[in-house]
Write a new protein. Structure first.
Length: 569
């Protein structure tokens, strides 16, 4: 009976969300424009406190100022004139209306709501209705097999067409409390109300190996009645959310008809996962701002907390939006597992005011087999070119341990018309893209992931220390090269040198840099290309080295170079 209760809850909780989900109550003082903004445009992403404050405002000017502050608070890159978050949000609404229209506007559907709140999934699996699904019926009655069947004791496999389904996979949901890893959402054309009725009927019947004849008849009739009412053309409904417990969609649907065979799982975890999925990004943002305040207070008041260590690596590149981006990689000791880590990255101007910040929280899980590789977290901060201080805050909740570090940072102006070069980014592992999930993917925390190129994925280095048996991979971007008259092609030559104790100990032959223009979104004049190389360190003796990459632009006759330090041991 325990499994039956679990299976009923699997479908009952989503149905309650369908019936009592998002409801928007607008203030009577709102004009039509502001009511539309609150109910239709930001209804899924605004926090409850923000909604209440907006409704209580009276003057139109106050509403307009609230809207301006609303988008400014969510701007991920204040260094640019545009608000990337606002543009992304309205683009998601348009795409939801285009992709998920089911007789009602796409933004009102279950798929449209999740798409607007969380964006496109990282992966989607489609299941089409024409594919038959086999369901085992033990001790079938004549309702199923017909009166002419000689051996009614055999296992009969009932064939029927599956309702169409989609499984959306998110590697990470910001603000999720129940599960820090892969989060899966199942949408199906199956009617959840009839699924609940079917389960109520099945739960009321005896579940023995040889149920009595009347029970078998009632069971078979209930299943046949359910199958006869399913419509392939019905709307998609949210059926399940959280950590997927079934090996495939076939097993999921078989569990509908055989509750006793459903894998056991915590009903509490399921309910929490659904709450995570339906949480407004506005509520998540407010929680992060509150967490940042408490984290800063705990670290800066210097109360007697224990200290723990994190490795740190960062370097600047040009942001797609036109500003300067600072990717930051944190390396966390895997032995700190079974705890919850709060992290805040903050770029501070010389006058002490914050220019950009990022707050995140995730659960650390103990590595299987005591693996020594560090857990990795990647964050990105964007700001205008200039001099800053990077502050890194960390807190382990259960251990009552904190981390704090300050580092000077200079963000170059990569938007200049002359040729320029990004910082040299170091990576300690390269793998085929197809191997990411089954090998090193578990090393990344939160929404982090390796740097994906065309065919390979690069795992960033969290510090500057490399073993002699390892390889070092360096990546650099080049911007705005000159274009030769006539063919309009750039002419770049790259030189790589290794320095030790102030002198060059190794130099690779000069290489012509194959240039691929990547204009980026909304950029017509900016040109960029990326170059990477891998060095085997086994021939180097232990010591502190510098890697220098120098690019000569033959068209403009200008040379730019970047160096980065690393240690071999």
């Amino acid at each position: 009976m325990r499994s039956n209760r679990h299976v009923l809850s699997l479908f009952l909780v989503p149905f309650l969300i369908f019936a009592f989900g998002f409801t928007f109550v607008s203030g009577s003082s709102l004009c039509k424009q502001h009511r539309r903004w609150l109910e239709e445009e930001v209804g899924y992403i605004i926090s409850e406190r923000e909604r209440d404050r907006f409704r209580k405002l009276e003057a139109e000017e106050a509403h307009e100022e609230f809207i301006r502050q609303f988008w400014r608070l969510r701007d991920p890159d204040p260094s640019t004139e545009i608000n990337e978050f606002e543009q992304q949000h309205y683009r998601r609404i348009r795409e939801a209306n285009q992709k998920f229209h089911e007789g009602t506007p796409g933004w009102k559907t279950d798929r449209g709501r999740i798409y607007i709140m969380h964006g496109p999934p990282d992966d989607v699996t489609f299941v089409f209705g024409g594919d038959p699904l086999s369901v085992e019926i033990t001790n079938p009655t004549e309702v199923i097999v017909g009166a002419g069947t000689r051996d009614r004791r055999r296992v009969h496999r009932l064939q029927f067409a599956r309702p169409e389904s989609e499984i959306w996979i998110y590697r990470h949901l910001p603000g999720a409390r129940s599960h820090a890893g892969v989060f899966e959402v199942v949408f199906s054309r199956a009617d959840p109300t009839e699924l609940i009725q079917l389960h109520q009927t099945l739960r009321g019947l005896s579940s023995g190996v040889n149920p009595p004849y009347p029970t078998r008849v009632a069971r078979d009739i209930a299943i046949l009645q359910f199958l006869s009412t399913q419509q392939v053309a019905g709307p998609y409904r949210l059926l399940y959310a959280g950590e997927y417990k079934f090996p495939d969609i076939d097993s999921f649907y078989r569990a509908i008809f055989h509750p006793n065979r459903t894998p056991s799982f915590s009903v509490t975890d399921l309910q929490t996962a659904l709450r995570d999925l339906e949480r407004s990004p506005g509520d998540v943002l407010e929680e992060k701002l509150d967490r940042a305040r408490r984290l800063r207070e705990q670290v800066e008041t210097r109360i007697s907390f224990e200290r723990f260590q994190m490795d740190l690596r960062f370097g600047s590149v040009r942001a797609a939006s036109g500003g300067t981006l600072l990717p930051v990689t944190l390396g966390i000791d895997p032995t700190l597992g079974d705890d919850e880590l709060d992290v805040m990255l903050e770029l501070v101007r010389p006058d002490g005011s914050p220019a950009a910040s990022l707050v995140d929280s995730f659960r650390l899980e103990q590595s299987a087999g005591g693996a020594a590789e560090p857990l990795l977290y990647q964050g990105r901060l964007a700001a205008r070119p200039g001099n800053y201080t990077l502050r890194v805050y960390g807190r382990l909740k259960n251990r009552q341990s904190v981390y704090f570090g300050e580092h000077p940072v200079t963000l170059p102006d990569y938007g200049e018309r002359d040729v320029s070069m990004s910082d040299v980014l170091l990576f300690d592992h390269v793998m085929p893209r197809r191997d990411v999930k089954k090998s090193k993917g578990s090393r990344f925390l939160g929404g982090s992931s390796p740097v994906m190129l065309k065919d390979v994925a690069l795992v960033p280095a969290a510090d500057t220390r490399f073993r002699r048996r390892e390889q070092l991979t360096a990546l650099v971007e080049v911007y705005n090269p000159g274009l030769a008259p006539g063919d309009g092609e750039p002419a770049l030559q790259l030189q790589c040198r290794l320095w030790l104790r102030g002198r060059v100990v190794a130099s690779l032959p000069a290489t012509l840099l194959d240039y691929v223009t990547d204009p980026g979104r909304g950029e017509r004049e900016v040109r960029r290309t990326a170059y990477g190389l891998t060095l085997a360190l086994r021939t180097l003796r232990p010591g502190d080295y510098s890697l220098e990459l120098e690019v000569h632009d033959a068209v403009s006759d200008k040379t730019v170079s970047r160096r980065t330090d690393f240690r071999v041991y």
